[in-house]
Design a protein around this ligand. Structure first.
Ligand code: FAD
Length: 391
């Protein structure tokens, strides 16, 4: 039976179809049994539990979004709840899926030809191929649209790529990376499916992260990397095409942010019942109840927003500013919420034995990646006023 989560106060999940609910329950069962018990250790050691990949593939999580690979027709709201479910257990695992399914498959689905979709989407959905997405560079993050420096030079039937990338998730163990580069001839932005075994392609893991430690991020160097024309994304001609991918993934990051807040909140509710101070459970103190009520308000309002954004996506009505607002708003509410929930744990809130510490730390990366709060506010500001205020 489908019991609403304690974090889903208004039972938004009841809006899903029976088939979607069953798929979500199967995922929940797996994550609770196999991922929750081990993930803190992986986070601590800054290692990714690669053994989850085949199981996530088997559960359909890596291919739900695409006609070629999904087990059954499903809604954007369902896929949002998948991101929520993953994130309320662990944001690193959810980020892995976001990179594999959202950014990598998304680039190929949105910008690839029918042949490229047919060749790559099933292999990515089965986990046979691990993907990553290389847009950000050491000198260009928020200003990727203008600041991208990696070059692609046409050489007969091939392209030669040169440049550097930074922060690229999954890249240390990926089989392919989507590399966004500027056409040396006319400066337009192009995308390439680059096998990571290509000579001249090298990665270096970014060490010392205090957030999303289980996800691997890498610096990439491209030195005369030769890729055939057949691996150029056929329908990527400018940054506007890259932005079409980001519009979808940003909405999903908003869902993940609500999931992270939900994970912290669920941990806080449980702790408020077991921790006793002044002779009674801390949950019986007024100010502790206030922390819980404020957190639940943030989660419930954010869920309302992402549920509606997903409905708009299914109707093809979701614009860049809609997903930008959801990303900026939900990650801000998440950041508040994880801080309140961590506060509720007192000293125990800063040790990994209590999951809330991991949610608290991981929230920082979600707040900044896929467009910082400021950049998403500027996308919304442009829609409100008609004035672009980026530069
Ligand atoms: P900067 O652009 O240097 O920004 C620094 C600060 O300046 C921010 O607060 C920003 O909001 C502010 N700022 C910049 N310009 C303006 C302006 N015009 N007005 C107001 N404020 C401004 N990238 C990928 O391509 N692939 C990945 O897989 C990937 N994974 C990531 C995973 C993690 C854990 C992290 C942390 C990042 C990842 N990124 C990835 C990169 C991420 O998208 C960038 O970090 C993000 O876009 C911000 O860029 P930046 O870090 O260079 O910050």
């Amino acid at each position: 039976t489908f019991e609403p989560l304690v974090s889903d106060f208004y039972n938004y999940e009841s809006l899903l179809t029976g088939q979607e609910q069953a798929a979500l329950l199967a995922l929940r069962g797996y994550l609770e049994a196999e991922v929750r018990p081990i993930i803190g250790g992986y986070w601590d050691r800054a290692e990714f539990p690669l053994q989850v990949v085949p199981k996530l593939a088997e559960l359909g999580v890596l291919g739900y979004a695409w006609d070629e690979t999904r087990a059954f027709p499903n809604s954007a709201m369902f896929r949002g709840f998948v991101a929520y479910e993953l994130s309320r257990i662990d944001a690193s695992v959810s980020t892995f899926v976001g990179v594999q399914n959202g950014l990598t498959c998304g680039s190929i689905a949105v910008c690839g030809s029918a042949e490229q979709r047919a060749e790559w989407l099933p292999r990515l959905a089965s986990g046979e191929v691990i993907g990553s997405f290389g847009l950000t560079e050491p000198q260009s993050g928020s200003d990727s649209a203008q600041g991208l420096r990696t070059t692609a030079t046409r050489d007969g039937d091939n392209w030669v790529l040169n440049g550097t990338k930074r922060w690229i998730g999954n890249a240390t163990f990926a089989d392919v990376t989507i590399i966004w580069a500027r056409d040396a001839a006319d400066n337009s932005v192009l995308g390439f499916i680059v096998p990571t075994s290509t000579p001249g392609f090298s990665t270096e893991k970014i060490e010392g992260k205090i957030s999303l430690r289980a996800v691997q991020n890498a610096d990439i160097t491209l030195e005369n990397v030769v890729v055939p024309e057949s691996l150029r994304l056929a329908n990527a001609h400018s940054f506007k095409d890259t932005a079409k991918v980001l519009r979808l993934t940003r909405a999903e990051v908003a869902w993940s942010a609500v999931g992270v807040a939900a994970g912290a909140y669920e941990a806080a509710v449980a702790y408020s019942k077991e921790r006793v101070q002044f002779g009674r459970p801390i949950g019986s103190h007024q100010l502790v109840q206030d922390l819980l009520a404020k957190s639940l308000g943030n989660i419930t309002a954010s869920l309302g927003m992402v549920v509606r954004a997903s409905e708009m996506q299914d109707r093809d009505e979701l614009r860049d500013e809609h997903s930008a607002l959801a990303k900026a708003f939900c990650t801000s509410r998440m950041r508040e919420t994880v801080a309140w929930c961590r506060e509720l744990f007192g000293g125990n809130g800063i040790v990994l034995d209590y999951e809330v510490a991991r949610f608290f730390a991981d929230a920082e990366a979600l707040y900044s990646y896929e467009g910082t709060r400021e950049m998403n506010a500027l996308i919304v500001g442009r829609a409100i006023t008609g004035h672009a205020a980026f530069a």
